[in-house]
Design a binder for this molecule. Structure first.
Ligand code: ADP
Ligand code: ASP
Ligand code: MG
Length: 410
């Protein structure tokens, strides 16, 4: 008998009809003789609606209250799914993150899982229950509810798979797998049969929200193959696992984008040692993740210091950096919240400068201005205006299509 962990995302559970359809799919897996733990996201856009609601009653809602509020989305879907399964004649029980034994640190809104005590889940499986776990949430040492960051239900599923030593981890979503680019922007994008953890992690960190980056990280750490497939069809999906086919390494694997980027520039900073740390350390302390960082060559005795953050973190980041302008003797702090990033990802790009040149040429042919550039060994990222991002993704896909097609066929 196999132990299967399945995760269903928000659009798979968007309404009561979808919940009933998902219950039927789960029932089939159970009928095939499997033990089942199912992780759920909140229904449809519930999380966005809860965030909006909070913003209507408070300018900067407290992070602790926010976590309790957001966790309720997944409680609703888990209970409804359990009820739906019971009405089909299956034994099912819903568990909150805390009841499922998911312990996290205290970083509200972005908590990391410290440990998972699977005792309760195992007891319920023993009673032949289908266990439905509310994703995206856990509990900290003070017994306060925490959430794992947007898209975090994927991470709950992979963490449970690791702790339960599950035979399979299946992420069901609203597309048929991982594509070489977001299929909603490039409709003809190639679907990948498989992708290695490293490339998937770069794609996810670069904005491919089909997988939560920390879920991929955990998958790699515990060597758990992850299937990404559609809950709307029975088409075979994409397997994320350790790269095995050496031949496919020398290729561009995909294009990722993130349309939610904001930039902060501290202008006219006196150029002396310790500036980067003086600006970035308070942000790190406040748990603001900083992405691309650029410090200009100094002109005279001053320099400009630029970095990007997720747009949702801009207000918090600015409130931290604003007071530093005076402390550091800088001129001003300027922001731009209308940016996006577009990246090409592939292990084969290592030591191959031609890829960067081709990326820049493609963007310039579209008249797209590159504001910042950053690279890793297997990724090249350009920060551009948000209004250009869809054109950029399509143009880059076209430019690299031949490479991508080779990589898509293992
Ligand atoms: P869920 O609610 O199931 O967690 P998400 O909305 O978080 O689903 O992720 C699925 C979405 O990810 C797709 O609808 C698609 O638009 C987007 N996406 C972005 N990049 C990719 C990619 N490379 N492959 C597949 N989907 C992608
Ligand atoms: N409901 C949460 C979100 O919308 C978590 C998730 O969907 O994975 O981000
Ligand atoms: Mg998701």
């Amino acid at each position: 008998m196999a132990l299967v962990v399945q995760k269903y995302g928000g659009s798979s559970l968007a309404n009561s009809e979808r919940i009933r359809l998902v219950a039927q799919r789960i029932a089939k897996t159970k009928d095939s003789g499997n033990q089942l733990v199912v992780v759920v996201s909140a229904m449809g856009d519930t999380t966005d609606e809860l965030i909006k609601l909070a913003s209507q009653v408070a300018k900067q809602p407290g992070e602790r209250e926010m976590d309790v509020l957001l966790s309720t989305g997944e409680l609703i879907s888990s209970t409804l799914l359990a009820m739906s399964l019971e009405s089909l004649g299956y034994k099912a029980i819903s568990l909150s993150g805390a009841q499922a034994g998911i312990k996290t640190d205290s970083t509200h809104n972005k908590a990391r899982i410290i440990s998972v005590s699977v005792k309760r889940i195992l007891e319920e499986i023993e009673k032949n229950n289908i266990v439905i776990v509310a994703g995206f949430q856990g509990i900290n040492q003070q017994l306060d509810t925490t959430t794992l960051g947007r898209g975090g239900s994927d991470t709950t599923a992979v963490a449970l798979s690791a702790s339960l030593k599950a035979d399979m981890c299946q992420i069901f979503t609203d597309v048929e797998g991982v594509y070489a680019a977001d299929p909603r922007i490039v409709p003809g994008a190639a679907k990948l049969d498989e992708i290695g953890y490293d490339e998937m992690l770069e794609m996810a960190n670069s904005g491919a929200k089909v997988m939560h980056p920390r879920a991929v990280e955990l998958g790699e750490m515990y060597n758990i193959p992850i299937l990404v497939a559609s809950s709307f069809s029975n088409v075979s999906g994409t397997i994320i696992r350790e790269e095995i086919a050496m031949e496919v390494r020398n290729k561009v694997r995909g294009i990722a984008h993130d349309a939610n980027v904001a930039r902060i520039t501290v202008l006219g900073v006196p150029n002396r040692p310790g500036i980067a740390s003086a600006i970035l350390a308070p942000l790190a302390e406040a748990n603001v993740s900083v992405d691309t960082i650029v410090q200009n060559i100094s002109v005279g005795n001053t320099t400009d210091f630029t970095f990007t953050v997720d747009r949702s973190a801009l207000a918090k980041a600015k409130s931290i950096v604003d007071p530093l302008v005076e402390t550091l003797g800088a001129r001003e702090c300027a922001t731009d919240s209308t940016l996006a990033k577009v990246s090409i990802v592939g292990t084969g790009m290592q030591n191959s400068p031609g890829y960067a040149a081709m990326m820049f040429r493609t963007l310039s042919e579209q008249g797209i201005n590159i504001q910042l550039i950053s690279t890793s060994e297997i990724r090249i990222t350009c920060i551009i205006a948000e209004r250009d991002v869809n054109i950029a993704v399509r143009a880059l896909y076209e430019s690299f299509e031949a490479e991508i097609a080779k990589a898509a066929r293992p």
